[in-house]
Design a protein around this ligand. Structure first.
Ligand code: FES
Length: 107
């Protein structure tokens, strides 16, 4: 199965991708040509350039970050309460319709 995710750029442009179950949000964004997800470390949780903001409606619907993601988020530019690392968000049916925002610092 695949889920739809909407990526909203810092200037408000929206792009939607259909993402397969089990694929990370970061991989899907990179392969889908979403601007602003550099993912320099390739998902190894050591770069924080896959930083995204969860849409407010989704804050409580996405499982919270694990301790190692929390540690790496310290390095994310412009971090706030909505911040996540997209390589650590693995798609499943419960995330269908997810909306994320690209930080201004990455555009
Ligand atoms: Fe490097 Fe997510 S891709 S921390």
């Amino acid at each position: 199965a695949s889920m739809n995710v909407k990526f909203v750029s810092a200037d408000g442009a929206e792009e939607e991708l259909s993402i397969d179950d089990g694929v990370s949000l970061m991989e899907a964004a990179v392969h889908g040509g979403i601007d602003g997800i550099d993912a320099d470390c390739g998902g190894q949780l050591s770069c924080a350039t896959c930083h995204i903001y969860l849409d407010e409606a989704w804050q409580s619907r996405v499982p919270p970050p694990a301790a190692d993601e929390e540690d790496m988020l310290e390095f994310a530019v412009g971090r706030d309460a909505r911040s996540r690392l997209s390589c650590q968000i693995i798609m499943n049916a419960s995330l269908d319709g997810l909306i994320v925002h690209i930080p201004e610092s990455q555009t």
